[in-house]
Design a protein around this ligand. Structure first.
Ligand SMILES: NC(=O)c1ccc[n+]([C@@H]2O[C@H](COP(=O)([O-])OP(=O)(O)OC[C@H]3O[C@@H](n4cnc5c(N)ncnc54)[C@H](O)[C@@H]3O)[C@@H](O)[C@H]2O)c1
Length: 260
């Protein structure tokens, strides 16, 4: 018997870390709905997850839109009979100080990165309660603890993910719903590639990734699969006494004070 047999998982974000988590849950025996906003990425994930057959479904949805999230949750329940696990990995990463960030970009970042976590909880928790419990895993970031220059909106949302994780954990412990966040360091995903291009537009991607990696005590950037293993642990019964916490998968980044 696999760790997630008879469990139904909803994962937001169909590239990078979300994609790796969705596939890891499916490999563990879960029935998975992966929800993303990018049609091309969704199609690619459909092809990648073909090995899981009818136990893996990709849905197009916008985590910042209440009707869309309500619909994705309802379709998940209709398709697989309930909802046990939510992993929130959908996010955007705008750049700029508060002055440089226009109000629309600020609002969109809030609506997706923290609003999406609220919306999946709002519509998903009642379904988890019908199952007698559940697990929520929110992708935060080391930027929730310490941030770099020029990422004001993004960093603000990641601190908010830490806080909302604690609030959800306290409010729903009585419902046997465990809620934790994961704070990765730099991880090889499309989002990190965009950051690399933004901060070092003239350097080859691999060189920038190597530089990012050198800033982590372990000397490299992480992989989406390494983050997915933490998500799998937190979603499993092995983490039965873990709630309200944040778990670093950061190659030691936050352990340092910036001077190695
Ligand atoms: N890659 C890193 O270095 C890193 C570090 C720390 C934290 N994180 C966090 O991990 C999570 C996953 O990021 P990633 O690195 O895999 O990036 P990614 O860009 O590959 O994944 C983000 C996904 O969210 C989707 N998305 C964006 N807006 C959406 C919306 N409105 N509705 C539905 N989906 C939407 C994107 O299409 C994309 O598939 C994010 O929360 C990110 O902040 C990533």
């Amino acid at each position: 018997m696999q760790e997630f047999t008879s469990k139904v998982a909803l994962v937001t974000g169909t590239t990078g870390i979300g994609r790796a988590i969705a596939k890891r849950f499916a490999a563990g025996g879960a029935q998975v709905v992966a929800c993303g906003i990018e049609a091309a990425a969704n199609q690619e994930l459909v092809r990648e997850a073909a090995e899981f057959g009818g136990n893996f479904h990709v849905e197009t949805g916008d985590v910042s839109n209440p009707e869309s999230v309500q619909s994705v949750v309802a379709q998940t329940v209709q398709r697989y009979g309930g909802l046990d696990i939510i992993a929130n990995a959908a996010a955007i990463h705008p750049f700029g100080s508060a002055v440089e960030t226009d109000p629309q970009t600020w609002s969109r970042c809030m609506a997706i990165n923290i609003g999406g976590v609220y919306l999946t909880a709002h519509f998903g928790i009642p379904e988890m309660k019908k199952r007698g419990g559940g697990v929520i895993i929110n992708l935060a970031s080391v930027q929730g603890y310490a941030c770099q220059k020029g990422v004001a909106a993004y960093a603000a949302t990641k601190g908010a993910v830490h806080s909302l994780t604690r609030a959800l954990a306290l409010d729903h412990a009585k419902d046997k719903i465990r809620v934790n966040s994961i704070s990765p360091g730099s991880v090889r995903t499309p989002m990190l590639a965009v950051s690399a291009k933004h901060f070092s537009p003239d350097l080859p991607l691999e060189e920038v990734f190597a530089r990012f990696g050198a800033g982590h005590p372990l000397g490299r950037i992480g992989t989406p699969e390494e983050v997915a293993e933490m998500a799998a642990f937190l979603a499993s019964s092995k983490a039965a006494f873990c709630t309200g916490g944040d778990y670093l998968v950061d190659g030691g980044l936050i352990a340092g004070i910036g001077v190695q």
